[in-house]
Design a protein around this ligand. Structure first.
Ligand SMILES: CC(C)(COP(=O)(O)OP(=O)(O)OC[C@H]1O[C@@H](n2cnc3c(N)ncnc32)[C@H](O)[C@@H]1OP(=O)(O)O)[C@@H](O)C(=O)NCCC(=O)NCCS
Length: 199
């Protein structure tokens, strides 16, 4: 069983003064990114996610959250410069989630909503399209598994999304690429959250 911690936060439960403190604790690079975001709720998402991840990393390392320095790779994968732990984050509406592990990790959360299921053809393999059928929940299971997988790899938007396929049977997830463990977690009603860990 892969070892990781997963936590989520509703940004509506975080008051402005706490967010202001969390903003000051961000790295200069992340402050700059945050200030360039126009919608206020997206700004809050970014600060709250950064705060949650720093808290989780600090807890895992036994240090002060303010001492955690977050940077990102050229492809956009965030990492903590001074932590022995890896992390990944995802935002969706008012929710932010963070997953922390000693191993490379990816997390993605999405709200289950009505979508044109034909869109699955853009990212899913034949077997995944058959699994999705007419079921939006299954659509977001496959979608979040793919996002979590590519976030774990850190390859970002240039990823060949159909290069990996998942088979879900009785909530056991098998990946076409060896060396990864995948999980679907129930963190909030009406949402699907997937986690991928490199073994
Ligand atoms: C960039 C991408 C990771 C953003 O995902 P999203 O679902 O739009 O947004 P989320 O809130 O879930 O995730 C955003 C976070 O992903 C992280 N992220 C960005 N690039 C990343 C990368 N290359 N590797 C790992 N994590 C990355 C960042 O932490 C970012 O938040 P931050 O900017 O506040 O630090 C995603 O669009 C992507 O590149 N996917 C690759 C695979 C793909 O094309 N999937 C399509 C559907 S299956």
């Amino acid at each position: 069983m892969a070892d990781f911690k997963l936590s989520f936060l509703d940004i509506n439960s975080v008051d402005d003064s706490r967010l202001a403190v969390a903003f000051e604790a961000m790295s200069d690079e992340r402050k700059k990114e945050t200030l360039s975001i126009i919608p206020e709720n997206k700004k809050r998402q970014k600060i709250a996610a950064d705060m949650l991840c720093r808290q989780m990393l600090a807890e895992a390392d036994g240090i002060d959250p303010a001492d955690i320095i977050i940077s990102k790779s050229n492809d956009g994968k965030p990492f903590a410069e001074n932590s022995s732990n890896k992390f990944s984050l995802s935002h969706c509406g008012s929710l932010v989630v963070c997953a922390v592990s000693k191993k490379e990790i990816g997390v993605d959360i999405e709200k289950i909503r009505n979508v044109r299921l034909k869109m699955a053809e853009k990212f899913a393999c034949e077997s995944e399209i058959a699994y999705i059928g007419e079921n939006p929940e299954r659509f977001f299971e496959i979608w979040t598994l793919k996002e979590a997988f590519f976030k774990c790899k850190g390859t970002g938007l240039g990823s060949d999304i159909k290069s990996v396929c998942f088979d879900i049977a009785d909530k056991q997830i098998t990946c076409s690429e060896n060396g990864y463990s995948l999980f679907i977690k129930n963190v909030a009603d009406g949402h699907i959250c997937s986690v991928c860990i490199r073994n």
